[in-house]
Design a protein around this ligand. Structure first.
Ligand SMILES: NC(=O)c1ccc[n+]([C@@H]2O[C@H](COP(=O)([O-])OP(=O)(O)OC[C@H]3O[C@@H](n4cnc5c(N)ncnc54)[C@H](O)[C@@H]3O)[C@@H](O)[C@H]2O)c1
Length: 390
């Protein structure tokens, strides 16, 4: 097992009717900015519940945070907090709203010239953040219990991540019934996003981290078991409860402690979202299978373990078992309605040069757990993702 430090300060409040707990979770005299997205939380009553739970506190609202939140929009929220002298941020929404709130929190304490450098340094220059909490409405990203945020700058089509010890939410309220109004597409996206968060921390090379491996395998098996039902039966509370908690555990630092991390699928996927606007999870469904085939030698040990323990594939040569596991993964994504080929998005070979150039511009030149995914390897992965499944 690799050396590690694990610290996660986010309080999780889980279950039905837990939004009422906000009153106890926020300081009594907090001056609050509630941040939300395109209005789903207004339509489904979540925002009204939040307002009621905040009691007599001074509250302002900032709506309109986009899926793939933009720097340009978030800087307007920063200005509003300063103008209104607010001192607590409350994100109500999915990963985009929570990520956006992390950026606003960090930018408010930032003393440098240009807050965009928070993204360029991946958070290394963050020295503080305004306190914030979240009310989660979409199980997918794990943002509700991690310190990471992914922010897009529209003018340069750059989608970059940052993380800092200062940007953990103080608390997150996870009421699975608040996910009932999600469109099926977003639920399916969430299942795949969580799935790939787990594979990024599991499908690397063995370091004899038995608990982390078994934890990861349990989370993957849970997603395989409940994913289709979570999509088909929106008001099945127990299925949604399992999905919410699995997605949180997939990326709250626990299964990644003491093991190598890959994250190349995410970094290549971010370029696809920045350039073509493809949903985050859908980029992962396209990149992961091609990446696993390209890296099958470096990942051989863990791919064989994945085949056996997650998909129960025990027959055939090593190569046949690995290929079968990748095919089962593709079939799982496709069964949820997520294509596994870039060609499904009308993106062709002409796009590859630009995508590889973007990876280089963003310093993504030695990706993966072995740092061996050079721009040339990324090119091969993207080219393979264009080829229709055999
Ligand atoms: N912080 C992290 O660790 C992390 C990890 C993975 C991805 N991300 C980032 O998170 C973003 C994606 O977040 P996401 O997948 O949670 O989706 P999202 O927050 O972008 O939301 C997707 C859509 O669902 C709608 N929605 C949300 N809750 C709803 C509800 N209860 N009912 C109806 N509609 C609802 C939103 O309005 C939005 O239109 C991307 O930018 C991605 O890069 C962050």
């Amino acid at each position: 097992m690799l050396n590690f430090e694990f610290h996660n300060p986010t309080r999780i409040v889980f279950g039905r009717d837990t939004i009422a707990r906000l009153d106890a979770l926020l300081p009594p005299a907090a001056r609050v900015l509630v941040l939300y997205g395109g209005g789903s939380v207004r339509q489904n009553g979540t925002l009204a519940e939040v307002r009621a739970a905040l009691g007599g506190r001074e509250v302002r609202e900032f709506g309109g945070i986009e899926p793939n939140p933009t720097y340009e929009t978030l800087m307007r929220a920063v200005a509003l907090v300063r103008q209104e002298r607010l001192d607590f941020l409350l994100a109500v929404g999915g990963g985009s709203v929570i990520d956006g709130t992390k950026f606003v929190a960090a930018a408010l304490s930032f003393t440098g010239e240009d807050p965009w450098t928070i993204l360029e340094t991946h958070g290394a220059n963050v020295t503080g953040a305004m306190p914030f909490g979240s009310v989660l409405t979409l199980p997918a990203t794990g943002s509700e219990m991690n310190p990471t945020a992914v922010i897009t700058r529209t003018e340069t089509a750059a989608k970059l991540a940052f993380r800092s010890p200062y940007t953990f939410p103080q608390f997150s309220i996870l009421d699975p019934s608040k996910t009932f109004t999600l469109p099926a597409r977003q639920v399916a996206n969430g299942v795949v996003d969580a799935f790939v968060h787990i594979t990024e921390q599991y499908l690397t090379f063995p370091v004899d981290a038995r608990v982390q491996d078994r934890f990861a395998e349990g989370l993957l098996q849970t997603l395989i078991e409940i994913g289709p039902r979570a999509v088909a039966q929106p008001e099945d509370y127990d299925t949604r409860a399992n999905l919410v908690w699995t997605a949180t555990l997939a990326l709250n630092g626990l299964i990644g402690a003491g093991v190598p991390g890959d994250w190349a699928t995410h970094m290549i996927g971010h370029e696809l979202t920045a350039r073509f606007g493809i949903d985050h999870a859908r980029t992962l469904a396209v990149v992961l299978p091609a990446l696993l085939r390209e890296r099958r030698e470096a990942k051989r040990g863990k791919l064989l373990q994945y085949a056996e323990r997650v998909w129960h594939i025990t027959e055939g040569t090593e190569d046949a078992r690995i290929e079968a596991a990748i095919r089962r993964t593709e079939a799982f994504f496709e069964s949820l309605g997520l294509p596994t080929r870039l060609s499904s998005y009308a993106v062709g070979t002409e796009a590859i040069d630009g995508l590889v150039a973007q990876l280089e511009t963003h310093g993504m030149t030695a990706l993966g757990e072995q740092k061996e995914i050079t721009p040339e390897v990324s090119r091969r992965i993207l080219e393979a993702s264009l080829v229709p499944a055999a």
